[in-house]
Design a protein around this ligand. Sequence first.
Ligand code: NAD
Length: 358
Amino acid sequence: MREYQVALIRGDGIGPEIVDSAVTVLEAAAKKYGFSFRFTAYPAGGEAIDKTGEPLPQETVDGCLASDSVLLGAVGGPKWDTLPGHLRPERALLGLRSALGLYTNLRPAKLYPALSGACPLRPDIVAKGFDLLMVRELTGGIYFGDRGRREGKNGPEAWDTECYSVMEVERIARAAFDAARKRRRSVISIDKANVLETSRLWRETVHRVAAEYPDVQVEDMLVDNAAMQLVRNPSRFDVVVTSNMFGDILSDEASQITGSIGLLPSASLGGTKRGLYEPIHGSAPDIAGQNKANPLATILSAAMMLRYAFDEDEAAACIEAAVDRALQDGCRTADIAAPGAANVLSCTAMTEAVLARL
Ligand code: NAD
């Protein structure tokens, strides 16, 4: 029987509740499709600071590297907010990305028809629906370039630099084209090639890689136009590939237009099948320990793990369909329920609702 080793980082706040929900769903899917998991939990973030004095202990890095994949809840909370930068829980995320060599961030943004009332777009746009995948470069570009402060001709100034190598663009482009083959076979590459030299290199390189994928359509779009098209006509996007900073901004825009950020999963991938799968929301300290958290983003992250880390596409689709059906049947946790709605589900009840529809 196929057995997958998964490192679990439950983390802080609602992290433990939502990770435990996803594990229950993964185990049920594994039973149905004839594979199994070995889960091992490792501390990171606030939990690790309390136990070991540092946000990302070596034991956690080693454990993740020895696993086939990593499922993470969320880290952070007010208890650790006043620690110095290098000891903040968020350092664990940056440290893990770098230790696992994760340079691709995949963020689907899908409009669930059952929740379309929460979408902030016009009804005629909502009626067309959308289901896109944002592929963001994660370890290069201006966030990692040289920077500094200096004395300029107008007095003190600061500078940042954007640098992309052909190798970095090639590998993110391949990640996007590969992902498009698991979807509707269309890639829109977003840049600012009318102004930036890095964008011109980006564009040339994406087109060279595109030649290896004749079955996938490719189109370029300037980032300012992309920001408009995402709210005017989001249904035209399938896979979107872009740099670190443009992706940071556009993926938040894409998540907002779904109207239900609590439902959005993500995956961070590198050159191997091993990846880091986590919901895009944080640790929600305001509702931690109350069994109120919405577990769906973490359950959908677990489905992404099945698809991208283990090629268990059928089991992944089965979990996604169960989530769809639970929403269609009116199952709602507090964050997605209509104001004053009766019959709001707890985290465990929503998990049960998904399990019942697998
Ligand atoms: P947040 O996403 O944790 O919470 C924002 C709001 O959304 C809160 O009202 C919260 O209750 C609600 N919410 C979030 N997820 C929910 C869910 N699954 N079910 C129901 N409601 C949900 O963002 P924040 O409040 O800005 O940050 C809280 C902590 O999380 C901070 O310490 C922050 O640094 C950390 N954080 C961690 C990650 C991560 O681990 N990847 C990401 C973002 C924020």
